[in-house]
Every structure is written in C-alpha cells, then in structure tokens.
Design a protein around this ligand. Structure first.
Ligand code: ATR
Length: 470
C-alpha cells in the first residue's frame, strides 16, 4: 500500500510512544496501536503534533494500515503479553511480514517465538533497546538479533533513529536467534554491576570518610572528567545534587534503601552459571539488590551485631584517588566478565555475535555508555576470537596499576564496616584469573576422599583414585 505505515508500533507506554515519535521525526510513517484506546488517544492529544503518526483502534485496522511486507515492533510488557499479542496478530499477517519484540524478553522466549513464527513464514527479531525514555526519543542504542534477512528489512530505519557516536550509528546486527536480547541482557548485567560499584563508592565516601552529599556529588563530577567518564557517573552526581523540594535535603538521603529489579540481571547470572562462565561481579550485583530488600531483617540483625563502624581519620586526596582507581577496576572486571559471557553464549548458541560491534553499539545512547568502550573495542578487535580481555597485555596493565589502590580501599572499607561486594569480587576475580595454581587441588582431593570422584595429577596423565582414609 502506498503511503501506508512503514513501521507499526504496538504498545504505547512511554518507550513505545517515544520510539514512535523518534521514527516519525526521522520521516518514517508510523502506525500505532495500543490495547487500551484511551492511551492512544492521550498520546495523539498530548504528544503528536505534525508527525506522520497514524492511529489504529483495532488490530485489523492496524495491520491494514501498514505497507507490505509489514514491519511491526512490539513494545508491550515483557512476558505473556508478548505471546498474547503475537497470537492475536498471527491470523492477520502474511508470509514475509516481520514482527519485532523491543522489550526486555528472555532470549529463550525469543528463540521460541522466532521458531513458532517461522513455521508460518513470519520473520521475527528480538531487539534489545537501551537508553531509557530519553534515549528512545532522541537516539537509543539498538541491539537486534535474528535472521540477517529480517534485519535487512529494518536496518535503514534503525540506523536513522539510533544514537550516533564518533564510531557510527549505535545499531548493529547482534547475531542469530536470541542474540539481540542476550546482548541486551548482558548490557543490563554490566549496568547492575556499574550501579552497584557507584553505590559502594558513595557508601564509602559517606560512611568511611564522612563526606557530605554535596562533596560526594562533586567527586563523581570530577571522576566524570577522567577515565570514569560515563553516563552513570554523571547521573550519580546529578541525582546526589537533587534536593527534595519539601525538606531542602538531598532527596537521595530520603529514599528507602531497597533496590528493585525486573529480571535481566538475574537472567544473566543464571545464564553465566548454566554456561559455566564465572561472572562473580555481575552476579553479586544482583545479590546485593536482593539483599538490600531485607531491610527489617537487616535492622534487627544490625541492632544485635555491634561493629566499630569506625570513620577513618582525617584523609588525604589520595584516598579518593584510590577509590576512583578501585571503581575503574571494578568496571573493567565487569566488562571482562560480560564479554567472556557473550563469547561463550555466541559459541554455544551459534549466535555469531561480533563483540567489537556490541561495544560500538554501547558507545552512545545506552545506559552503560562510557569512555572505556573505545579502549575495550580496540582490545577486542586486536584478537576477536580471544574470549578474554585479560589475554591483552594492555588490558592487564590497566588492572594491575589499579590493584594496589583497590586493595587499600577494601581494607579501609572493612575497618569502617562498609560492604563492597562488587569491588571485592572484582579484586578476587583478577587475583584468581592471574593465578596459574589455585587451591582447587585440595577440593579435588576431598571430593575423591568422600565420594571417589577421582582426580587428575599435574605430574602425569590419567585419572586417579586413592583410598585416602584407610
Ligand atoms: P511501562 O512499565 O512503561 O508501563 P510496560 O509495562 O513494559 O511499560 O508495557 C505496558 C504496555 O504493554 C502498555 O502499552 C500495555 O497496554 P495497555 O495500555 O492496554 O495496558 C501493553 N500490554 C500489557 N499487556 C498487554 C496485553 N496482554 N496485550 C496487549 N498489550 C499489553
């Protein structure tokens, strides 16, 4: 149909609305549909001016409004809603049409939907989209996965609406099957770790150093000028600076210390465990959120568990430099774990993911955008088949130069009673990965002693069992 919609969006919550406006402001004709018509009406009334946005109030009308082959982007709540919408759409679609899921769906669900739709000749892409509300409107980071032919149907559109970085548009094909959602999941896991690290640094400055919130904000601002330059560093400073209009106090100090989560971080940790990839910093960031939730339990336990909670004595600027180095090390460890996980997932699930492209797409628009990404991409490009950033001498040097500072911070944190799970797992990760010999030999001996699980030796080949207790 000429002059029909070039893309259709189902689901007009904030992300759906903003993506519709973004496509339309780049000149694409957009058809929109939402289950509850009032939301569509409100969108048209409050936000649409002269953008080429065409509303539909039934799915039939919506499907008719689109050019063929159709391109349909679902922006509905992740989970069963996606299946329900697909089921309702299916009888209305024709072979060659493309359905995309732009929500935070689990990669296994994406594979299942892809296969089900393929049986009807319908193409499907799982599209990770990061950048929050603002990113959706002004330029998100877009991570599409599925068949390359399906991606070719929308590449020209996604590239236009994506964030632009000095390395090109922040959209690239992430690989086959559920690769797009897998990459987005790993992005979110790194986001969890980065936010946890930032929160630990804030706690350290507040509790161990006794710094006022303004000084902490200023410190993040300064860090944002250097190696830690990143959206989340800047955001931490801005959030810390915000004052509660009622009390005039920093609002952050009045917020309940119970962190929520929607699942992507947990899925990444589960996937890492399933694939046998050690990702302790990504995992502990999920655990720290879960632990935070037990506020009343913590209060009860803390009341009966005195600890010095000692504020460190007068401190020099050197302490803050150490903390900055420690946070950088934590972030590098998180990226290292995330990229190893992506490497292994791509191998096991045959995604064919190009991690240099992943890092390029994360360069702008997304929540984990950071100065480090350019460097990390260079490292990956040096040897794309290496699972580890740690195989690179340049990467190791960045860790090594920060390790003593990170160790000092952990010692001070212990004295002051400040838990730093993300930082301590990052340090453990680096220390473990550089050890050619770990104490796993004793574990193997004990396993053999109690369960006859056998062991290997370092001085000769073979599988051995010993009667240890005779
Ligand atoms: P947010 O958290 O920003 O509100 P969300 O919960 O991820 O967004 O997605 C909400 C969107 O999914 C809404 O457009 C919602 O439609 P309604 O406005 O009718 O509630 C849509 N949605 C949720 N479940 C749905 C379903 N079973 N069928 C169709 N759309 C659904």
């Amino acid at each position: 149909m000429r002059n029909g919609g070039e893309i259709g969006i189902i689901g007009l919550a904030v992300m759906g609305q903003n993506l519709a406006l973004n496509f339309a402001r780049h000149g694409f004709r957009v058809c929109v549909y939402n289950r509850t018509p009032e939301r569509t009406e409100g969108f048209l009334r409050d936000r649409v001016r002269d953008e080429p946005i065409i509303p539909a109030y039934t799915l039939e009308e919506f499907v008719r409004c689109l050019e063929r082959p159709r391109r349909i982007l679902l922006m509905v709540q992740a989970g069963s809603a996606v299946d329900q919408v697909i089921e309702a759409l299916l009888p209305l679609l024709e072979p060659g049409d493309l359905v995309m899921d732009g929500g935070n769906s689990h990669y296994a669900d994406t594979e299942r939907r892809m296969q089900n739709l393929a049986a009807h000749g319908i193409r499907f892409l799982g599209v990770g989209i990061s950048g929050g509300e603002k990113g959706a409107l002004l330029g998100p980071s877009i991570m599409p996965g599925g068949s390359a032919e399906a991606y070719a149907m929308v590449e020209h559109m996604f590239i236009r609406i994506a964030a632009q970085s000095e390395e090109g548009p922040c959209c690239a094909y992430m690989g086959r099957g559920g690769a797009g959602h897998y990459v987005k999941m790993v992005h979110n896991a790194i986001e969890y770790a980065f936010m946890q690290g930032i929160a630990e640094a804030y706690d350290f400055m507040k509790t161990a150093l006794g710094m006022p919130v303004e000084a902490i904000a200023e410190t993040f601002e300064r860090w944002n000028e250097g190696a830690l330059n990143a959206f989340l560093t800047e955001l931490a400073a801005r959030v810390l600076r915000y004052r509660d209009p009622e009390s005039g106090d920093p609002l952050v100090e009045r917020i309940m210390d119970r962190a929520e989560q929607k699942g992507t971080g947990r899925w990444a940790a589960q996937s890492a465990l399933e694939l046998g990839v050690p990702a302790p910093t990504l995992t502990v960031a999920v655990i720290a959120r879960t632990l935070s939730y037990f506020k009343t339990d913590r209060e009860r336990i803390g009341a009966g568990f005195p600890w010095p909670d000692q504020r460190l004595g007068p401190f020099s600027e050197g302490v803050l430099a150490d903390l900055e180095a420690a946070l950088n090390l934590m972030l590098l460890a998180a990226f290292s774990q995330g990229l190893w996980l992506l490497h292994e997932a791509s191998r096991v699930y045959s995604y064919g993911t190009d991690r240099a492209e992943v890092l390029r797409v994360w360069r702008a628009g997304c929540i984990i955008r950071a100065r480090w990404l350019g460097f990390l991409r260079e490292i990956v490009r040096e040897d794309p088949e290496d699972p580890h950033l740690l195989f690179s001498a340049r990467f190791r040097a960045e860790l090594q130069q920060r390790l003593p500072a990170a160790g000092r911070v952990l010692r001070w944190a212990f004295e002051a009673g400040v838990p730093m799970p993300a930082l301590s797992t990052a340090v453990d990760y680096v220390l473990s990965m550089r050890r050619s010999r770990l104490p796993a030999n004793l574990i193997q001996a004990q396993r053999d002693a109690f369960g006859a699980h056998t062991y290997e030796r370092i001085d000769r080949p073979g599988v051995f069992h010993t009667e240890w207790l005779d």
